[in-house]
Design a protein around this ligand. Structure first.
Ligand SMILES: NC(=O)c1ccc[n+]([C@@H]2O[C@H](COP(=O)([O-])OP(=O)(O)OC[C@H]3O[C@@H](n4cnc5c(N)ncnc54)[C@H](O)[C@@H]3O)[C@@H](O)[C@H]2O)c1
Length: 235
């Protein structure tokens, strides 16, 4: 394939769909991996691929398909993620494991399967963690642990895969994806004056896998409108 190829996971909706649309618009060929078909396939060169990225065999099959169909991989955007919010006494081992598999092990599985393709392309990896890697609401242990692990996995991979492959992490704050109605106070509490949009994350992904970020690897970028810099004490 002549075009550069990006693999985006969790691409059927939300941030992953927005990232896929942005990259396709910029001329990338995008393999959109998800459990579900895309809500609305974006214009451009895209291929939807069904895969459970927490399942080792499914990841092997996904990368084998990419090897056969596209024959190259220039960028991996490891974005698929789930949250199960339950008091810890109610959280089953199966639920804990599913969150860890989807949010953390998937990146290990994807990079392990595609390392040679990424190295050959002198490619880039972007992981999507969360500001919840650093701060928490109650009953989010599995999610926070998975995202904290993903931040650490990102810098470990950057050291192992360099200099051929750069690996960076984006930790979003509140990104509006579900179509829920936002109140004025939802926007106002952010130092940036608004809740985030998928385009805010997509723009940074495009830069991190593009030619202008060649001196950036192993880094975590917080995209949260300043929320984690805001000190909050009850009045
Ligand atoms: N939206 C936010 O406010 C926010 C904030 C911080 C971090 N994030 C992170 O950003 C990423 C995307 O979030 P979003 O809000 O767009 O989520 P979303 O729920 O809208 O979309 C997630 C997508 O991932 C897919 N997916 C889930 N499990 C999968 C699996 N095992 N294999 C393949 N695909 C799977 C889903 O089908 C879905 O299409 C997630 O990792 C999430 O943790 C989101």
């Amino acid at each position: 394939m002549d075009r550069k190829v990006a693999l985006v996971t969790g691409a059927a909706r939300g941030i992953g769909l927005g990232v896929s649309a942005r990259l396709a618009r910029e001329g990338w060929h995008v393999v959109m991996a998800d459990l579900d078909p895309p809500l609305a396939p974006p214009p451009g060169s895209v291929r939807a691929a069904r895969a459970d990225v927490g399942d080792p065999a499914a990841v092997e099959a996904l990368v084998a398909g990419l090897r056969a169909e596209e024959g190259r991989l220039d960028a991996l955007v490891s974005n698929a993620g789930i949250m199960i919010r339950k008091p810890i006494r109610e959280l089953s081992v199966a639920e804990w494991s599913r969150v860890l598999a989807t949010n953390l092990s998937a990146t290990f599985l994807l990079v392990r399967a595609a390392e040679d393709l990424l190295r050959a392309a002198r490619g880039a990896v972007v992981t999507i963690a969360s500001t919840r890697a650093h701060q928490s609401e109650p009953h989010t242990e599995a999610y926070a642990a998975s995202k904290g692990g993903l931040v650490a996995l990102t810098h470990a991979l950057a050291i192992s895969l360099g200099p051929e492959v750069r690996v960076n992490c984006i930790s979003p704050g509140w990104i509006h994806t579900q179509g829920e109605v936002l109140r004025p106070e939802d926007h106002a509490q952010h130092p940036a004056g608004r809740v985030g949009r998928v385009e805010d994350v997509a723009a940074l992904v495009a830069w991190l896998i593009g030619p202008e970020s060649g001196f950036v690897t192993g880094a975590e970028f917080i995209v949260d409108g300043g929320m984690t810099r805001r000190m909050i004490y009850a009045e």
